[in-house]
Design a protein around this ligand. Structure first.
Ligand SMILES: Nc1ncnc2c1ncn2[C@@H]1O[C@H](COP(=O)(O)OP(=O)(O)OP(=O)(O)O)[C@@H](O)[C@H]1O
Length: 216
């Protein structure tokens, strides 16, 4: 029988045995109120991003991008690259907390573009190209166009963006800036060069390491 943690079933999702999941305190520093987005939604997105970075799909690494909150502004600044696979489905089945939806996202993550997630956690759209501009963005060297799009959309709107890099690192952007880098497997640390600059905090739980910009 699965153990309980913080009064909830642990681990929360099949396949996440022994890994941080929803309600893990590991992501508290990233999902703080100062982000200005629903912390529960952001936490659910980051947990899913870590699962995607860890698992890939059918033996391949998968990179993808989630944009969380301020959805109407984000939708205005983006367009679908193909017919939207989530279009027309009722909101009740598109919750980021829903296990079936999470599996669907893992499948769709193989396609180009971004997922748009509302503040309440409804995944509104997939495969979206974000109108990105490098103006006003100072991105650490070595990050490519997916990261630029993430930084740019958070500069233009009140959203927070979560990138799963094909190199298996999860990065979080707010206000046009990289605020956190998450290693889904601690052994990656030996091959990892930090893109965050300035004072950082580090937290590790169940093989997952979170390095965040210190904001105190
Ligand atoms: N403006 C954009 N909006 C949405 N998705 C984008 C945008 N630009 C790039 N992408 C996505 O990022 C993918 C990878 O691009 P690229 O390799 O340049 O990014 P990257 O930042 O180096 O990411 P990774 O670390 O995963 O390689 C593209 O195939 C596309 O799916």
């Amino acid at each position: 029988m699965a153990p309980f943690r913080h009064g909830k079933l642990w681990p929360p999702f099949p396949g996440a045995q022994g890994r941080p999941g929803l309600d893990s305190p590991l992501f508290d520093s990233v999902c703080s109120q100062r982000r200005g987005v629903n912390p529960k939604t952001l936490e659910a997105v980051i947990t899913l991003a870590v699962e995607i970075a860890r698992e890939g799909r059918e033996g391949r690494k998968v990179g993808t991008l989630f944009v969380v909150s301020d959805a109407q502004e984000v939708l205005k600044r983006s367009r679908t690259l193909i017919l939207d696979p989530l279009y027309g489905h009722p909101e009740e089945v598109k919750s980021i907390q829903d296990p079936d939806m999470r599996e669907t996202i893992k499948e769709l993550a193989q396609l180009d573009g971004a997922f748009i997630v509302s503040d309440t956690g409804v995944v509104l759209s997939a495969c979206r190209y974000l109108n990105a501009t490098a103006e006003g963005i100072s991105l650490p060297l070595g990050l490519g166009s997916r990261h630029m799009a993430a930084a740019s959309i958070t500069h233009q709107t009140g959203a927070v963006a979560v990138v799963v890099s094909e190199s298996s690192i999860v990065r979080v952007f707010d206000d046009g800036e990289l605020i956190s880098e998450i290693l889904p497997e601690i052994w990656l640390f030996s091959r990892f060069s930090l893109h965050l600059t300035g004072p950082v905090s580090e937290e590790t739980e169940a093989d997952v390491m979170v390095v965040s910009k210190r904001e105190d």
